[in-house]
Design a protein around this ligand. Structure first.
Ligand code: PGA
Length: 250
């Protein structure tokens, strides 16, 4: 049995004024009625605040990015060591906004993934195709290429300590969700691709779906065989919606 995960990606939203009550409501709402593992991924600058509030609660936290470098002259970057300094356990790596707005390549992403794991931080690796790639029937090719970059840099065993999120880029922040069948097709492909190298790791790997998940569509997505929860953007900024999505894994 794979324990479902619901991870919130707050992106570059909020200030202390909105984030503190949001976090308080999430912490209060994640009680025994929630079966999923719940993670919130905040902007770097709020990590110390979150680390303090979240200690000894059922909610976990992660970062939205990490440097691929160890330390040194990399102005503006945040290292794995710094994240670990605040007990950060997870990091989103390869989000489509990092790939497509900030130009991160498959290799940058593979290097970040490796660096996170070297410091005991669990990567939440995002993969997914652009609309034009889906329309050109290239979804499988793109997703496999993105996963292969990780496999060739860190090996299949690294997936024992990682989470994958399939996020079709055309569904992120657009209100357009993949149908449960469309999502399941890609999740199954990801699991089968990994199973070719290691069946045990493939069957225990949590693969989340992301892209306009809402309380109204979460349960049908999470009911699919290879969908083990969600990576939630917009709806993670509203505690009621986020908690309803957490409960939809039950
Ligand atoms: P969305 O974002 O839920 O707002 O579509 C998902 C994500 O970017 O992880």
């Amino acid at each position: 049995m794979r324990k479902p995960i619901v991870a919130g990606n707050w992106k570059m939203n909020g200030t202390q004024e909105s984030i503190v009550p949001l976090l308080d409501r999430v912490i209060a709402g994640v009680d025994t009625s929630v079966n999923a593992q719940v993670i919130v991924c905040s902007p770097y600058i709020y990590i110390p605040l979150i680390a303090g509030k979240i200690a000894d609660t059922a909610v976990e936290f992660g970062s939205q990015n990490i440097s691929e470098f160890e330390s040194g002259a990399y102005t503006g970057e945040i290292s794995a060591q710094m994240l670990k300094d605040f007990d950060c356990e997870y990091v989103i790596i390869g989000h489509s906004e990092r790939r497509h707005v900030f130009g991160e390549t498959d290799q940058n992403i593979a290097d970040k993934y490796k660096k996170a794991q070297e410091h005991g931080i669990i990567p939440i690796l995002c993969v997914g195709e652009l609309l034009e790639e889906r329309e050109a029937d290239k979804t499988a090719e793109v997703v496999i290429r993105q996963i292969d970059a990780i496999l060739s840099t860190s090996g299949v065993e690294s997936l024992q300590n990682a989470i994958i999120a399939y996020e079709p880029v055309w569904a992120i922040g657009t209100g357009k969700t993949a149908t449960p069948e469309q999502a399941e097709e890609v999740h199954k492909l990801i699991r089968e691709t990994i199973a070719k190298q290691n069946g045990t790791i493939a069957s225990s790997l949590r693969i989340l779906y992301g892209g306009s998940v809402k309380p109204s569509n979460a349960a049908e997505l999470f009911a699919m065989e290879d969908i083990d929860g969600g990576l939630i953007g917009g709806a993670s900024l509203e505690s009621e919606d986020f908690l309803a999505i957490c409960k939809a894994t039950n």
